[in-house]
Design a protein around this ligand. Structure first.
Ligand code: LLP
Length: 431
């Protein structure tokens, strides 16, 4: 469920008309619903709380899905933690008021400087993905007089996820260590006086709509915990990652958080560990849309009909990168028959095609359309390709709204690039 609904034949976000918002902030822009973000977090949390054997786990929202500071603060106020993958994301989580005690730091390539920063601010859990990383962390911890909590990230060799590029849990992918290696590394960590060995974790992919691979991976993790305990090692924490899929409208409805929780309970309930989860998409995707304006409709006499928008692949890369499907809805639909459109942006490559032959009601130059389910992996993956300014992000709460990332001016964009001294005479003041 989300809070984007038609009222008086036009699309609203909670109590705010998207037509009015487009006039106020200009297009294209992202808009997020506080009520949907809050609802998704609560539904996920309550689903897990209904299974006491899962023990009120840490829900570390995956910051990468949507890292806007106001989005993070909205979730942080409800008690969410943060799953982070860079110093920048740790800084964002802290800036949004999420305490270090609820921050998890993951990723295959953490630099010494980033790890040192995590130690300095006291991040609660560092997910270590390889032996060299464990060695580096141990050395840094010794130098800093810190004793970080460590979880060994396991690659359980279970494939899952909506696209090959977002499947992370197979042997061939770069993430984590095998189950056998995890036993060896965990014993190393447990014997290291600079490290507080907390437990083990996994994350096998994203946009997962089938519970079977998750259940298999969680079962393998349970076996690992039991084997490690059998060796006399203590395991306090089991991090089960994120990955739950969302409906993008072209697929059957994916399992709900309640289905997910029931599966987790069956797989790892009663293990007597603190659990951690790292949901991203399921919290943020349907809490946001991208609103764009039709520049023109280009009907080729010999065939194709192009809907040319002012949003492009640099604003929403998912269709170009993963062949992802996003529902496209006119903000104020006109009546008339559905016709096939190729929906494209202004960027100079054919990859800048959001979809082909999409059936849509009549559209004209100046109309607004909304890309649904764009709240996760939308704005965060945008770029300034073709020197297109990053588009604004707006957060709605009831009848109220605020621009939570403004559109930069061209002058601000150009002035980020100082002239090489030997070229400065060629530069004119940015306009
Ligand atoms: N934890 C870890 C270690 C992850 O790598 C990820 C996502 C998550 C949690 C959150 O997964 P989620 O609950 O959102 O599925 N850009 C792609 C998705 C990449 C996901 C990367 N890792 C897309 O637009 O589909």
């Amino acid at each position: 469920m989300n809070h984007f609904d038609y009222k008086d034949d036009a699309l609203w976000c909670e109590g705010v008309s998207l037509t009015a918002l487009a006039e106020a902030v200009g297009t294209p822009f992202y808009v997020y619903s506080s009520a949907t973000l809050e609802r998704h977090y609560r539904v996920f949390r309550e689903a897990l709380d209904h299974f006491p054997r899962l023990g009120g786990p840490l829900i570390a929202y995956a910051v990468k899905a949507n890292s806007n500071l106001s989005v993070l603060a909205t979730l942080g106020r409800l008690g969410a933690g943060a799953d982070t993958v860079s110093e920048g994301e740790i800084r964002r989580a802290l800036a949004a008021g999420i305490p270090a005690a609820r921050i998890v730091y993951s990723g295959v390539g953490k630099t010494a400087a980033e790890l040192a920063f995590a130690l300095k601010v006291g991040v609660d859990q560092i997910n270590v993905e390889s032996e060299p990383e464990l060695a580096l962390l141990s050395t840094l911890a010794g130098e800093h007089g810190a004793r970080p909590g460590v979880v060994i990230r396991v690659n359980p060799d279970v494939g899952a996820g909506g696209h090959a590029k977002i499947s992370t849990g197979t042997r061939e992918s770069k993430f984590g260590v095998s189950l056998a290696e995890a036993e060896r590394l965990y014993a190393l960590a447990a014997g290291d006086r600079h490290i507080k060995a907390l437990g083990v974790g996994c994350h096998i992919g994203s946009q997962i709509t089938d519970m079977a691979p998750l259940s298999r991976a969680f079962g393998l993790m349970r076996g690992l915990v039991e084997r490690l305990r059998g060796k006399g090692l203590s395991i306090e924490r089991l991090d089960l990652g994120g990955g739950l899929g969302v409906p993008y409208f072209n697929q059957p409805d994916p399992p709900t958080p309640a289905d997910f929780a029931a599966m987790a309970d069956a797989a790892v309930g009663g293990l007597n560990v603190e659990l951690a989860f790292e949901p991203g998409r399921v919290i943020a995707a349907n809490a946001g849309v991208l609103v764009a304006r039709v520049i023109h409709v280009h009907q080729r006499p010999e065939g194709r009909r192009f809907l040319v928008l002012d949003a492009a692949m640099n604003d929403l890369i998912r269709p170009a990168m993963y062949d992802a499907y996003h529902d496209i809805r006119p903000v104020a639909p006109r009546s008339g028959p559905l016709e096939p459109y190729d929906v494209v942006g202004p960027v100079c490559e054919t990859g800048d095609t959001f979809t082909r032959d999409r059936l849509l009601p009549p559209l004209e130059s100046g109309d607004l359309v909304a890309f649904m389910s764009a709240g996760a992996y939308g704005a965060v993956m945008s770029s300034e390709y073709n020197t297109r300014p990053l588009i604004p992000e707006v957060l709605v709460k009831g009848d109220d709204w605020a621009v939570v990332r403004p559109r930069p001016s061209y002058q601000a964009m150009l002035s980020r690039e100082p002239a090489a001294p030997w070229l400065s005479s060629s530069f004119t003041a940015a306009t």
